[in-house]
Design a protein around this ligand. Sequence first.
Ligand SMILES: Cc1ncc(COP(=O)(O)O)c(C=O)c1O
Length: 426
Amino acid sequence: MNNQQLQNRKSKVIARGQGNVYPVYVERALNSEVWDVEGKRYIDFGTGIAVCNTGHSHPKVINAVKAQVDKFSHTCVMVNPYEVAVELAEKLTSLAPGNSDKKAIFVSTGAEAVENCIKIARAQTKRRGVIAFNGGFHGRTNMTMALTGKITPYKNLFGPFPGDIFHAPYPMEAHGVTVQQSLKAIENLFKVDIAPTDVAAIIVEPVQGEGGFYAAPAEFLQALRKLCDDHGIMLIADEIQTGFGRTGKMFSFEHAGVEADLMTMAKGIAGGFPIAAVVGKSDVMDAPLPGGLGGTYGGSPVACAAALAVLDIIAKENLVERANKIGEVFNQRLTALQQAHPKLILEVRNQGAMIAIELVANGDAEQPNTALTQAIIAGAADAGLILLACGFYGNVIRFLPALTIDDNTLEEGLSKFEQLFTKLAS
Ligand SMILES: Cc1ncc(COP(=O)(O)O)c(C=O)c1O
């Protein structure tokens, strides 16, 4: 079966809501390369949306999974637990930024981790309100849709949403939103919409993912920490896209030296095996009653084994350091491209290997170039590249290479991108 035939079959039986960027069907994948059912090779700059930080099919992950499956694959951690879950919780609680004693829970997806953060924050504070940010993305379940700060395509047709959710602007220098303006908008919410004594949590991505790879300045996260401390509000770090070495630290909050009360972990945690976690201060995590958190598949032993292998690879292969090197190489090359096309590339930004370029028309920050972005994404497959877009207007190209990518493949992928961009920009 070729790609087109499979796409035809897919569109008959999988609803359009679960769409696909590329009509390219994967046959196999290894580290930073993917081969489709027609034998075509692609360099993967998307890693399944920041999941395969340790590359596709890393042998250590595969071996850990095989060994676990040979023993057992499910008992439910809430019925008969197992050592791999305890060991993973020990590791994650020690890796989470900050010095407080921490505990974890395991769930299956990022959205579920976010949902549970809100439940725990409400149980701890006995308050109702949650503040999130414009352009933020937190998932596709009912609560996480409400937290998400972008209507299309995430919220259209899906209301009503849970109440007591409020949005404030996220600082974005390129678009003239300062840290002071964001903080002032929160103070304004406290006057207009909800008293701070009724706010359970503020949830923030340290670098907005779907929103366009805007990094929150350290002073913003530090100011949020202070605001939360002043008012007894839980600070929730959504590190689902930024975690596990991606930004050149194990977790992005480390760049600001801030400890959250609760944080989410998913995506890069287990090399593609579905597991997510909430890690938070022990007293906060213990606020809900026994049985109030969890689920049938949360903390699957197979995914726990994969996650332990991932953590081992990140440490042994120095992938946090490698993320910074990869980010530098991308930044240099993309900045040169920007110099050649100053009216089309508004900004090159990266925090480690979370890298993006924002495309505009006429060098104007307020004229998003969604058409060029879409043309580049569509042309990438022909060029043998997997790329992803993001951004409020879909005018940002994000690069999320595996942190295990070798120099030659990195160079080859960047050259392909430069050629593609230059062809479509002229
Ligand atoms: C910051 C952030 N939060 C939450 C989610 C939702 O995670 P999942 O798709 O695993 O439910 C995502 C996914 O892209 C994300 O980037």
